[in-house]
Design a protein around this ligand. Structure first.
Ligand code: BTN
Length: 229
């Protein structure tokens, strides 16, 4: 392992790291509204690769305007600041790349096999244990800042999950019976994403797509396409 975290009195996580870009700088909040918003707010003073982690979020959001349940002390909520100098048509690949990094990081630390449901839900069997929300800010028509927000359900128990999502959501603990060190898992996931991002910048897009396809649970299944107007 190349990374190690120390939480200091200010809530910052300092660390020794051999990471190239992602996770070289990490800011930890005990509570925030949304780590995606924090990344946008901090983007002027921080470099690409900044990671904002929160112990809980009061306004965690998911895709399609949904909320993301973010109770304290049990799960991981974090966002990554990116400023890739690539054409807009390559940007979607960043969220696929992130889902690959998450699945690989979980497998390395816990041995648990998760899969990706199109486009980037992290699943154990048919239940969702993680999600990725990529948002971009544009300036004069050009993408200026990208934030990739990741929510992973780690040690949440079934009774903690609100009724409205209990049928569809799960956690590593619910599925395996084990408890996990959230920050160890964060280290593994950041290491994987950092490595994949290096590949992405070098143009290794085909390799990332192949990994995403291999980890995908949607391929080979019938899907229903809903058009949202
Ligand atoms: C989804 O709907 O599947 C995406 C969920 C993304 C949740 C994460 S938690 C960290 C970051 N901050 C947010 O407000 N959302 C993302």
């Amino acid at each position: 392992m190349n990374v190690s975290f120390i939480r200091n009195a200010n809530g910052l996580i300092s660390r020794q790291s051999e990471l190239k870009t992602i996770g070289k700088e990490i800011i930890f909040y005990e509570e925030t509204v949304s780590t995606n918003d924090d990344v946008f707010m901090l983007s002027e003073e921080h470099r690409e690769g900044l990671v904002v982690v929160a112990n809980s979020q009061s306004g965690g959001r998911g895709r399609h305007g949904r909320w993301w349940f973010s109770p304290p002390g049990v799960n991981l909520y974090f966002s990554i600041l990116l400023r890739p100098n690539v054409l807009p048509d390559k940007i979607t690949l960043l969220s696929l790349m992130t889902s690959v990094g998450v699945v690989k990081g979980i497998r390395r630390y816990t041995g648990i096999h998760t899969s990706i449901k199109w486009p980037n839900d992290i699943m154990i069997r048919d239940k969702k244990m993680g999600g990725i929300l990529m948002e971009a800010r544009t300036e004069r028509g050009k993408i200026d800042v990208i934030t990739i927000g990741i929510g992973l359900n780690i040690n949440m128990t079934l009774d903690m999950i609100p009724d409205e999502i209990r049928g569809v959501a799960t956690s590593l603990r619910i599925e395996s019976g084990g408890e996990f060190d959230r920050f160890r898992l964060l280290e593994e996931v950041l290491e994987q994403i950092d490595c994949l991002y290096g590949e992405f910048l070098k143009g290794g897009i085909k390799g990332i797509i192949n990994e995403w396809l291999a980890l995908n649970s949607t391929i080979g299944h019938k899907v229903i396409v809903l058009k949202i107007i």
